[in-house]
Design a protein around this ligand. Structure first.
Ligand code: NAD
Length: 450
């Protein structure tokens, strides 16, 4: 079968690109070996957000008395939590299947591998196209240590289908995945310990922000050890406990748990593609691409986690659009350097643009100003006073970055993201009216500080 484009993988990089290509009049064959929706929908963003909603409810219940609700008594049916999560995923997978019913899109179920640079094999059938987009995403990584395969040592994929709340959960890695699950299972009642190799949690984020987040975690009873290099995991023969051994400041320490979550990053999913045979350049970080998402074979593109540039669902979608524009010979104004990202902890974290650390590294003169949720009427009414907003501007007042920590930070960040995208200055921002009383006023107040 021949089409204008073959897309391998139906995650946010693949299915969104297929829909966009079809909208632009291109015929597409999209190939998926699992369920449509990819990691994001099936074992990432969406199922964790369903858990997050449960965790938020649990947090509210903990503080019910502050709202005059006394003598609450309830039981927590974790099976129901997993069932609800599965239902949310099922509904959205149906939505993606519906989107694939476009007359210009052919959806093929199966594992694809390259036969040659214009032909892909699936279930013994050949599919050809002038252009091919690889959007196969990423897979969970395990630390190459003793004990990584013991039962009870799991990744972000398995923890979503766990049938009980672990009493003691040890999380290896304080990146995005580690911290989201730390927040969720802390709210569910687990005793959570996080072991992180680097000096800070969320190592690539603004340090001011991550320090505050760490304090907030510790206040909730989550134990976090930084500069902990995990060495091995053993299972105690007497009671089946998992013993995680790590080096901390030259000493060997142990963390005892019944479940260990490995959250130490993800690796490009390229194994079954047969890339070497068609000489596509890739490294352990992913398939190498240029700014148009072309691989070293100009008619073959790679978008999303598989190219290792930015492991975010929305990055994959926009990289896919860039590839389609390139195929159509069009220019666009998509700015991949203005990439908002959010961490769904309690409270949420969100960030866009440069951090103070990056400004210093690049030698950019900057100003940083802050405002606080504790001075915001809506945040106080919501009983969510924890958090701040930090905005950075350059010497001419142009907004460079924003780092938010607090209630609904993930939704609030887009205001500044749009302003950075359009090169707005803090002076221009100051004239923009915000409704009262809203959390957005935290951002407005920050602007007024300049
Ligand atoms: P990550 O790279 O964000 O974090 C992994 C952490 O593990 C790092 O902080 C690293 O220092 C630590 N680590 C590595 N080896 C260690 C060791 N031996 N001992 C202790 N700590 C160790 O990876 P992740 O959290 O697994 O997430 C994977 C990807 O998925 C990321 O790129 C992330 O951005 C993306 N993701 C994004 C979201 C979101 O945007 N909300 C949610 C989930 C995942």
């Amino acid at each position: 079968m021949n089409s204008d484009i073959i897309i391998i993988g139906a995650g946010p990089g693949g299915y969104e690109t297929a829909v966009y290509a079809a909208k632009r009049g291109l015929s597409v064959t999209i190939i998926e070996s699992e369920k449509p929706g990819g990691t994001c929908l099936n074992e990432g963003c969406i199922p964790t957000k369903s858990f997050c909603r449960n965790a938020a409810l649990m947090e509210d219940l903990k503080h019910a008395e502050q709202f005059g609700i006394n003598d609450l008594s309830y039981t927590f049916d974790f099976k129901k939590v997993v069932e609800r999560k599965n239902e949310v995923v099922r509904t959205l997978v149906q939505g993606v299947k519906f989107l694939m019913k476009n007359k210009l899109i052919t959806y093929v179920q199966g594992k694809a591998s390259f036969k040659n640079e214009n032909t892909v094999l699936v279930n013994g059938e050949e599919y050809t196209a002038k252009n091919i987009i690889i959007a196969t995403g990423s897979v969970t990584k395990y630390l190459p240590i003793e004990g990584k395969s013991l039962s009870g040592v799991i990744t972000s994929k398995e923890i979503l289908d766990i049938d009980h709340i672990p009493e003691r959960l040890c999380i290896i890695g304080a990146g995005v995945i580690g911290l989201e699950f730390a927040s969720i299972f802390n709210a569910f009642g687990s005793k959570v310990t996080v072991l992180e190799y680097m000096k800070e949690i969320l190592p690539s984020f603004d340090t001011d922000l991550t320090k505050r987040l760490k304090q907030s975690f510790v206040k909730k009873g989550i134990e976090i050890t930084n500069q902990a290099a995990v060495q091995k995991i053993n299972k105690s023969e007497t009671d089946g406990e998992l013993v995680v051994s790590y080096e901390f400041k030259g000493e060997t320490k142990e963390c005892i748990a019944d479940t260990v979550l490995m959250a130490v990053g993800r690796a490009a999913n390229v194994d079954s593609l047969n890339l070497s045979d068609i000489n596509i350049a890739f490294s352990p970080k992913g398939i190498e691409v240029n700014e148009s998402m072309q691989t070293n074979r100009p008619h073959i593109y790679a978008v999303g986690d598989v190219n290792g540039k930015c492991l975010l669902a929305h990055a994959a979608t926009f990289q896919g659009m860039i590839a389609i524009h390139h195929i159509l010979g069009e220019k666009d104004n998509i700015r991949l350097d203005v990439m908002p990202s959010a961490v769904f902890t309690f409270p949420e974290v969100a960030t866009v643009g440069l951090t103070e650390e990056q400004c210093k590294e690049k030698g950019i003169a900057y100003k940083a100003k802050k405002s606080f949720f504790r001075a915001n009427g809506k945040a106080i009414s919501m009983n969510e006073p924890d958090g701040f907003c930090k905005i950075l501007s350059d010497e001419n007042g142009k907004i460079l970055g924003c780092h938010l920590f607090g209630a609904h930070a993930a939704d609030l960040i887009h205001e500044i993201s749009s302003l950075i995208n359009k090169g707005t200055t803090v002076q221009e921002f100051k004239d923009m009216i915000h409704a009262h009383p809203t959390l957005s006023e935290v951002i407005q107040e920050c602007g007024k500080e300049f």
